[in-house]
Design a protein around this ligand. Structure first.
Ligand SMILES: [Zn+2]
Length: 198
C-alpha cells in the first residue's frame, strides 16, 4: 500500500472539499471550484469527485492539488499535515530493499538454471551408459567383451545412484554435489569423444 493509497483511505473527498473551502450542499453536490456556475453540478463521492458541468474529476489528492495548485506529492504533504494523519511522507522509497529483492530474484533464477543443468548432466550420463550397456552387450559367451559395455556395467550403478540422490535432495543439497556433477560432465564428454553417443 502506497502512501497515496493510505491517505485516500483516511480522508474522503467531501471532508477534504469542505476543509479547503468548497461549499458542499445537499446530496454532496458542490458549486464547482473549477468553473463558474450558479447551481451545484460537482458531485462529491467518498473516493472521487465529478463535475457534470466541466467534467473535472479525480480523487482526493487531485482535488487538493487543483484547489491549491500543488503537485501531487505537495498535496499529499498538505493533507497529511492539515489532517494530522501522521503519515511518513518524507520517507524515500527504500531502494536498498528494492535492490535486495532484485538480487534475490536473480539469484533464485540462476540457482534454478544451475540445478537444471546439473540434472541434465546426470541424466544424459546415465542414459549414455544405459545405451552402451544394451547396445554393446555380448551376444554370445564367446564374444569379446566390448570396452563400452564393460565401462557401462562398472559405472551405471553410480550414475543411477547420483541421479536418484539428486532427485530426492532439496536445492541446497543439490548444489552440494556440484563437484561430483562437474566430474560426471567431464566423464560424459570423454566417453562421447572416445566412443560416441552409442
Ligand atoms: Zn466544474
Amino acid at each position: 500500500m502506497t502512501i497515496f493509497d493510505e491517505l485516500k483511505e483516511l480522508v474522503d473527498v467531501p471532508t477534504a472539499a469542505r476543509s479547503y473551502g468548497v461549499e458542499v450542499q445537499r446530496g454532496n453536490m458542490a458549486l464547482c471550484p473549477f468553473h463558474r456556475e450558479r447551481n451545484p453540478s460537482c458531485k462529491l463521492y467518498t473516493d472521487h469527485y465529478y463535475c457534470f458541468g466541466c467534467q473535472a474529476h479525480g480523487d482526493v489528492i487531485k482535488l487538493v492539488q487543483e484547489l491549491l495548485s500543488l503537485s501531487a506529492i505537495e498535496a499529499v504533504k498538505q493533507i497529511n499535515s492539515d489532517f494530522a494523519l501522521g503519515l511518513d511522507v518524507d520517507k524515500p522509497p527504500d531502494m536498498e530493499k528494492v535492490n535486495r529483492l532484485r538480487r534475490e530474484i536473480a539469484e533464485r533464477k540462476a540457482k534454478k538454471a544451475r540445478i537444471e543443468q546439473m540434472y541434465d548432466t546426470l541424466y544424459k550420463y546415465f542414459a549414455l551408459l544405459d545405451r552402451y550397456k544394451i547396445h554393446y552387450a555380448p551376444k554370445a559367451p564367446t564374444d569379446d567383451i566390448d570396452r563400452r559395455y564393460l565401462y557401462a556395467v562398472h559405472h551405471i550403478e553410480y550414475a543411477w545412484y547420483l541421479l536418484e540422490t539428486f532427485n530426492r535432495t532439496d536445492a541446497d543439497g543439490q548444489e552440494e554435489i556440484k563437484l561430483e556433477v562437474d566430474q560426471i560432465e567431464r566423464e560424459y564428454k570423454r566417453c562421447v569423444e572416445e566412443w560416441g553417443e552409442w
